[in-house]
Design a protein around this ligand. Structure first.
Ligand code: NAD
Length: 462
């Protein structure tokens, strides 16, 4: 009787998985003391994952999605508690977004040319063990979203997370490994170390078994990754301006901008960080911001006090990042009404609270004399990050002009910034937007190598 090798392999994997589950009562899959051990374990898992059928990879991803939903609140609370940033309600929504909208194996496609000289395919193959560096601002969201995409592409991943989000990251990594085991896959599809540091990051970046590094964070980490001598995908900082011109529905623009800006206390890198408004509608916009959208209008004196606290000693005060507007106001001795969601003021583009990427609900409004001036100021404020920008306008010529001038990976028109993440907008979700290296919104296919497979003079049956 012929032996069905696939069936045997599946049974072996299932038994191995059950043994591993039984052996892991600590509940911490994928967590190691030493970065070299984490990479070694991910490499062993990679040997299994790269041989898996697409169907098997998708089974793991399906369980990951389910577990994210089951744990969305735990992860959200843990993230807020550990980092002190963001808010639980919005973080729950972000986890559901990751579970529902992150592309899986359907993103891995084949291109084919068939003709007189045969058949040629371009297939997407795995890199192997990917090294990923993740930010404190969306800690578990990034880990979970990256893992889904990387495993869909046939890879495994080793994370070096931000030290201030270690606990939350470990919880998320344990979760994806439990999902893999439950679906009959290997343990350690995602790994990390108990105490991530710059040293563990360096070990990862230099390791011979890491062919690709994906960095999500500020300018420092992206530059470090791009200097590593390895292939790097760099998802760096932004400072997205929201431009409002004279043709916009100003009332809706105010609502959309405040909704986008205050989502998770302004932590998403795509969120509106400042407004540039054409002078003819600037006062009307400010009216809607303050009177209809729960914004607090800060006086000159309060702006100065905020600058002193938020940019203490000229450096971004991490204790202010991701805090809500009332907490920020309380730091300068202002007790704001309970409904206040955002702090606004009018100022020049050079104002430190406007020019700096703050990641908190403070929205400076820059007045522009006309549309061209608004574009010029918005481009200046984006600092060449080529990350995200937003516009509220009914004039397609204006929108086109702005899009060409600002040249960002994301441009949301007439909606809140989070529409770019597939939240109230079309398209898939990611928390790694490769602004610096040009891949844009990453997905499973971003984490694959293109291979050309050529059959000469055959297999064309037309
Ligand atoms: P951060 O730059 O302080 O840290 C990000 C990660 O990089 C952390 O894991 C940190 O430990 C590591 N790191 C920092 N400097 C490093 C270096 N020189 N070498 C190696 N590793 C280093 O960022 P953060 O405060 O955690 O996150 C906020 C920043 O990340 C903002 O600038 C935001 O715009 C950006 N961000 C970008 C995206 C994107 O998709 N483009 C997504 C989220 C956050």
């Amino acid at each position: 009787m012929a032996i069905n090798e696939n069936l045997v392999q599946e049974i072996v994997q299932e038994v191995m998985a059950k043994l591993q589950i039984a052996d892991s009562s600590s509940g911490k899959h994928g967590i190691f003391k030493d970065m070299n051990d984490a990479i070694e374990a991910a490499k062993k898992a990679d040997a299994v994952v790269r041989r898996m059928s697409m169907d098997q990879r998708e089974k793991i991803i399906t369980v990951i999605r389910r577990k994210i939903k089951e744990n969305a609140e735990v992860l959200a609370r843990m993230g807020v508690e550990e980092t002190g940033m963001g808010n639980v309600g919005d973080k729950i929504l972000k986890h559901h977004l990751v579970a529902d909208n992150t592309p899986g194996t359907e993103d891995i496609t084949t291109t084919a040319w068939s003709g007189d000289r045969g058949l040629t395919l371009i297939e997407m193959g795995p890199f192997g063990v990917i090294g990923a560096i993740t930010p404190s601002t969306n800690p578990s969201e990034t880990v979970l979203c990256n893992t889904i995409g990387m495993v869909a592409g046939g890879n495994t991943v080793v994370f070096n997370p931000h030290p201030s989000a270690t606990k939350t990251t470990i919880y998320a990594i344990n979760l994806v490994n439990e999902a893999s085991l439950e679906a009959g896959g290997p343990d350690n599809i995602a790994c990390t170390v108990e105490k991530p540091t710059m040293e563990t990051s360096n070990i990862m970046m230099k390791h011979k078994d890491i062919p690709l590094i994906v960095a999500t964070g500020g300018p420092g980490v992206v530059t470090a990754v791009l200097s590593s001598g390895k292939r790097g995908i760099g998802a760096g900082a932004g400072n997205p301006p929201a431009l409002v011109d004279e043709t916009a529905d100003v009332e809706k623009a105010a609502r959309d901008i405040v909704n986008g800006c205050t989502f998770d206390n302004n932590l998403p890198c795509i969120a509106e960080k400042e407004i540039v408004a054409v002078s003819s509608i600037c006062d009307e916009l400010m009216h809607y911001l303050v009177n209809d959208n729960d914004c607090y209008l800060a006086s000159r004196e309060e702006q100065d006090k905020l600058t002193e606290v938020v940019l203490a000693g000229g450096k971004l005060n991490r204790k202010c990042v991701g805090r809500d507007a009332r907490t920020l106001l309380s730091m300068i001795g202002v007790t704001a009404p309970a409904n206040i969601r955002c702090i606004v003021f009018e100022g020049p583009k050079e104002h430190p609270l406007i020019a700096t990427e703050l990641m908190m609900p403070i929205l400076g409004v820059v007045r522009a004399k006309d549309f061209d001036d608004a574009v010029e100021q918005a481009v200046w404020l984006e600092h060449g990050n080529r990350h995200s920008a937003h516009i509220h306008s009914k004039n397609v010529d204006n929108i086109t002009k702005y899009a060409r001038a600002i040249d960002t990976a994301i441009l949301v028109k007439n909606g809140p910034s989070y529409a770019a993440l597939g939240f109230g907008g079309e398209g898939y979700c990611t928390f790694t937007i490769a602004s610096r290296t040009g891949e844009g919104l990453t997905s499973a296919s971003t984490f694959t190598k293109r291979r050309r497979c050529v059959m000469s003079d055959s297999l064309c049956i037309r």
